[in-house]
Design a protein around this ligand. Sequence first.
Ligand SMILES: CC(C)(COP(=O)(O)OP(=O)(O)OC[C@H]1O[C@@H](n2cnc3c(N)ncnc32)[C@H](O)[C@@H]1OP(=O)(O)O)[C@@H](O)C(=O)NCCC(=O)NCCS
Length: 183
Amino acid sequence: MTEPASFSWPPAPIGTARLVLRESEARDRAAFVELFASPKVRAHLGGPHAREELERAVPEVPGRRPGLFVVELDGAMIGTVTLEQRDAERPGRLRPEGGCTELGYMFLPEAWGSGYAAEACAAALDWFAAACPGEPVGVCTQLANAPSMRLALKLGFTEVTRFEEFGAEQWFGAWRPVAPRLR
Ligand SMILES: CC(C)(COP(=O)(O)OP(=O)(O)OC[C@H]1O[C@@H](n2cnc3c(N)ncnc32)[C@H](O)[C@@H]1OP(=O)(O)O)[C@@H](O)C(=O)NCCC(=O)NCCS
């Protein structure tokens, strides 16, 4: 069986032209609550969570786990990008035994439409390609989630399969790092 991709965590903060990707901190808590309470953000992700429940349940330092990047613009969190293990039992596979590293992304609505998600995801994929050379990455999104579909295609994901899950048609795509050119 192929071992899942592993990397040391956390990496040093990653800077892009406009953003910083870093581990989560206590000051990100309000933005985490906002992400999970937002009907717009959660429209294709099973719906929003109750704000009161989130205020109770979200830990003091939210989302601190390997593979979760907070994306910061001008010192404030605008979203998250994740690179985490996909459950081997779920449909959508990049190898016969299932399981792969999966990209996820959630941004606050005020940050949509400026290319921030694309900029952050591209940086996270670059980091992953260096940390786990040759490892592919999967992404799964509802076909009805047009902005997410546009983003996945823009990042270079290509279709592997479509399937029905959670009462909706899902699109599962793969991204493969470009092999470094031999001299
Ligand atoms: C999916 C999601 C991250 C996409 O966000 P987004 O801001 O549309 O994505 P991008 O960063 O690629 O930005 C693209 C848009 O920015 C515009 N843009 C403006 N300035 C830009 C710039 N400097 N560079 C690039 N794009 C720019 C593009 O024209 C494009 O607009 P369009 O979608 O109207 O064509 C966002 O909709 C979201 O968080 N949704 C909720 C969570 C979710 O469903 N996640 C999917 C889980 S798999």
